[in-house]
Write a protein that binds this ligand. Sequence first.
Ligand SMILES: C[S@@+](CC[C@H](N)C(=O)[O-])C[C@H]1O[C@@H](n2cnc3c(N)ncnc32)[C@H](O)[C@@H]1O
Length: 296
Amino acid sequence: MTEARQLRVHDSAALVNDGREPWREVVTNDQDRTRLSEWFRPDIAATLALFYLSTAGNEVRRMLRRSLTAGRRRAGRERFARIEDRRWISDLSWSYQLLRGVEKAKTNLRGHDLPPLHWNGAVLMKDPFDLAIYQMLMQELRPRTVIEIGAYQGGTAVWFADLMELLKIDGHVYSFDINTEQITARHPGVTFGQADSNDPSSFDESLLRGLPHPWLVIEDAHVNIRAVLGHFDRYLMAGDYLAVEDTFAPAYYIPFRKFAVAASDRYRVDTRFTDLFGYNICWNHNGYLKKIENQE
Ligand SMILES: C[S@@+](CC[C@H](N)C(=O)[O-])C[C@H]1O[C@@H](n2cnc3c(N)ncnc32)[C@H](O)[C@@H]1O
């Protein structure tokens, strides 16, 4: 067996054995979990159908392609779109290999102190698309405050703080987690704190009220999503951004969308970020919201 072949066998064995997602161990009450049947993805089914029907001739192919893309083009004209006009669909060509490859790069600690993707000694739990999107967002927004909900080891919080230094942004990062013992990263521009998404009032109100705007708030704990977003909505002001992570997954998209629809007079999806690489080519489908109006 050649060396390359041995490597492939080793990798796929690790992939199968290491479905572990360490942060989930502390999730105690995820009120937003949903039924497996809701994992059905119409875009994947449509792509497979298109592939299957490709033998049926050019006319059928053209017709199907038109019907799949028409809604996206209509929705894509304005930069700031209403959530109701956005579809939960992506131009990303999903595959098991892509999904597991990225998740493995983010989370696979097997046999290493760090997974392959890390920043300055701590896990950087981000897919490549959103990493690129966030740094564009940071350049444009120049937030005075970044609030991360779900710190894990703190690698992403430190990445944001380093980015702020590089961009000469006068700001600070606050990163919260229910389990602060797992945080290994340190940075003078980051304050780590304990909070529990199941009790949104545990995000210190007196602290939040005093933080300078504009804000970038990132929901990445995936717990009690709708209530947490509703809680932060009380403190967010027009011009601030709310990023909700991993909304390619229905369990996270459903509560996110419920919040966004209920608050659609105050928020718009920023398609410059969601569609930077193509319609929702990122992990955070429709997940970059700009607040356009303060709450009455
Ligand atoms: C996906 S990880 C966060 C990754 C991190 N943002 C990064 O980019 O590296 C999710 C985090 O949410 C935290 N978490 C789980 N349940 C929580 C809760 N009820 N309240 C606050 N944080 C929670 C976990 O401890 C875990 O560190």
